[in-house]
Design a protein around this ligand. Sequence first.
Ligand SMILES: Cc1cc2nc3c(=O)[nH]c(=O)nc-3n(C[C@H](O)[C@H](O)[C@H](O)COP(=O)(O)OP(=O)(O)OC[C@H]3O[C@@H](n4cnc5c(N)ncnc54)[C@H](O)[C@@H]3O)c2cc1C
Length: 280
Amino acid sequence: MVNQTTEHTLKANTVVQVAHSVKEALELKAQRPLSSRLISGGTLIQLEREQGKVLPEQLISLEQIPSLRGIEETEDFMIIGAMTTLSECANVECLKTVIPTVASPAVRNRATLGGNLMYTCGDTIPALIALDAKVTVVDGAEERTVSVIDFLPLRADEPIVTHIHIPKESVESFFYQKVGFRKSFSKSQLTVSSMLCLDNQRVQNNVRFAFSDGERAAMRLTSTEQALVGQQLTKSIIQEASETLRKELALIDTATTYQRTVAKNVFISELINRMEGSFE
Ligand SMILES: Cc1cc2nc3c(=O)[nH]c(=O)nc-3n(C[C@H](O)[C@H](O)[C@H](O)COP(=O)(O)OP(=O)(O)OC[C@H]3O[C@@H](n4cnc5c(N)ncnc54)[C@H](O)[C@@H]3O)c2cc1C
């Protein structure tokens, strides 16, 4: 109920409303659709504020909604509440290589997975694409669950993210690398991630390659995926995939030559690592 809301006022005349349920958050958002914003850990909003972005009239805190927190394991999925902090997500097997690359430990203790998904170039996004994760969002009266790649354009409508569902696919087949100017606590120059399952060295159908140039939403590299599906992973197939990858990355006009070259080399190095006998 909206009248149970806790209200705090910031110096800049921004009112913080603390919602206690998703329904209440939706009701608050509907009252001021153009001048309110959801807030979870607040780390990105704080960063934007420091960079000069004006806070909206109303911030709707999701912090007191218990259903948005925690990690549930089912037979097929890890289901992560959007308000779960990145530090808590570090315990999820498939995110173990991903989470330590995001910000610093102090930021990760507050920052949430839902907030990272809503960040234009959140570092977890390429990984979630490669992992074929799904997102449950509530928008008005409607709740839907869509793949992360289909969710990215929906972010502009500012739905509430409630859960992220990660299929329990083979973690050994998953690869993630963020390239920055420092090993940690560094803005991404580019981030790449892939899922490549092999059966007798043959690439299975569920191959996924994702790339982010650190500025705009991550994307899938579908031509490269198609060049690999069903193929025996050999030197010549990797050479062909390398050429497809080069052409596909060249189409990304926001990426620099450096980003394209490094992304191609990192992906190809991972393919070579996965090729049987590659070190013989
Ligand atoms: C010092 C510093 C370093 C950083 N480094 C990195 C980095 O290396 N990589 C990286 O990816 N990010 C980085 N960030 C950005 C940010 O901290 C993370 O992206 C973080 O995951 C955002 O989560 P949050 O819960 O704090 O989001 P908030 O700041 O609370 O919100 C961010 C956005 O998401 C929306 N939102 C939040 N929760 C929901 C929800 N459940 N449903 C719908 N919308 C929602 C908000 O309205 C807002 O637009 C950094 C930030 C700081 C301050």
